[in-house]
Design a binder for this molecule. Structure first.
Ligand code: PLP
Length: 385
């Protein structure tokens, strides 16, 4: 049988490819974004308790109420917001499902969505599966700044969605309040919804604060904001995310969610609810925690030939190998994997039209020993290059 599929050009993600190859090569994996240290033992203990207490059947489709209440409380503590847990918060299978649901809720056949390269890889396939057309606007390294005139020139009558991501993976850059004002002014009087991927909301460095669309009076009314406990609680494998949106948008999102994942693991939600209740500021030290790791890694690499582009947020760090080689990033990451036994993530797969660049992404959500071992391998490779 001949079968083309709906996404014939889409292969396995670069994260999975590099992680598999890291295993095959026996390489240290500082590519894919997951911590290599344990989660808070108090959270593990709560999960055991919730299973034993019998929270093992379907959770409510919208999410366990106790968790939605804790999320509302957290939003109040973080941004001073009053969010209704009944009509504005939906618990999803990681941020990935929330992103997918929001895109399906907004995009129909022939509608256009704008995303910014280097873009997280789940956005475009979800837009295309909805029958939409994805317009990708490239942001240039090393600053990855927005040119709002260029964005405006890409709008047309079919534009329905703009996806933003701050702090941004993989560029490690952040949007500020001025960017959000420019975005708000641009979409004013247009039927455009905003999907804001804020999974790294708590990982903003150097004393800066995250600018959430939820805290922007004008944008909040037309935005889905997406978050992930995978990132906030160092538990990417739990697959618990959530979407915050006004009631009208939430109603539409839930129509997709109920026929997608339907409802999310009950004991995991219940354990997180209890954890947030018992330790309401458990996430408060995240920025300092990762900033220390960023500074450790960039300090270790200083003078090595790998130049760090200081991350403004996320738990990643970009390094520029341009002083060591002019090879393309796919080839260079392959050489590093085989010769230095280090798995990294090249940046070009996140672009439709990659600019000339020599950048790799490292994940710093690793034990300090892992970062030290990775830096040693990179330094040794640079010395021999
Ligand atoms: C920018 C961004 N959005 C979404 C996700 C997906 O989050 P989750 O693991 O909660 O599905 C990730 C994960 O790496 C990410 O980096």
């Amino acid at each position: 049988m001949r079968f083309a599929g709906k996404l014939p050009d889409v292969g396995t993600t670069i994260f999975t490819v590099m992680s598999r190859r890291a295993l095959d090569e026996g390489a240290l994996n500082i590519g894919q974004g997951f911590p290599d240290y344990p989660i808070d033992q108090r959270l593990s203990a709560l999960l055991i308790e919730t299973v034993a207490a019998g929270h093992n059947q379907y959770a409510p489709m919208e999410g366990v109420m106790a968790l939605r209440e804790q999320i509302a409380h957290k939003l109040h503590l973080t941004y001073g917001l009053n969010v209704d847990p009944i009509s504005e918060i939906t618990v999803t299978c990681g941020a990935t499902e929330a992103l997918f649901d929001a895109i399906q809720a907004v995009i129909g056949a022939g509608d256009e969505a704008i995303i910014f390269d280097p873009a997280y890889d789940s956005y475009e396939p979800a837009i295309r599966l909805a029958g939409g057309i994805c317009r990708r606007i490239g942001l240039a390294p090393p600053t990855f700044k927005f040119d709002w005139d260029v964005v405006r020139s890409n709008l047309n009558d079919r534009t329905r969605l703009i996806i933003i991501n701050s702090p941004q993976n993989p560029s490690c850059s952040i949007m500020d309040a001025v960017d959000l004002d420019s975005l708000a002014a641009m979409v004013r009087d247009r039927p455009i919804t905003i999907l804001s991927d804020e999974v790294y909301e708590h990982v903003v460095y150097d004393g800066k604060r995250h600018a959430s669309v939820l805290a922007h009076a004008e944008l909040r009314d037309r935005s889905f904001a997406v978050f992930s406990f995978g990132k906030t609680l160092h538990a990417t494998g739990w697959r618990i995310g959530y979407c915050v949106a006004p009631p009208l948008l939430t109603t539409e999102l839930r129509k997709i969610h109920q026929f997608n994942s339907f409802s999310i693991a009950n004991p995991l939600q219940t354990a997180i609810a209890a954890y947030l209740k018992n330790y309401p500021d458990a996430w408060a030290g995240l920025a300092d925690y990762f900033q220390q790791k960023r500074d450790l890694m960039t300090g270790l690499l200083r003078g090595s030939g790998f130049e760090s582009i200081r991350a403004a947020g996320t738990y990643f760090q970009l390094i520029d190998y341009g002083a060591l080689s002019r090879a393309g990033d796919l080839d260079f990451s392959d050489v590093l994997l085989r010769k230095a036994k280090i798995a990294t993530i090249p940046l070009s797969p996140f672009y439709q039209r990659p600019p000339a660049m020599t950048l790799l992404r490292l994940c710093i959500a690793k034990r300090d020993e892992t970062l030290r071992a990775a830096a040693e391998r990179l330094q040794a490779f640079a010395r021999s290059a």
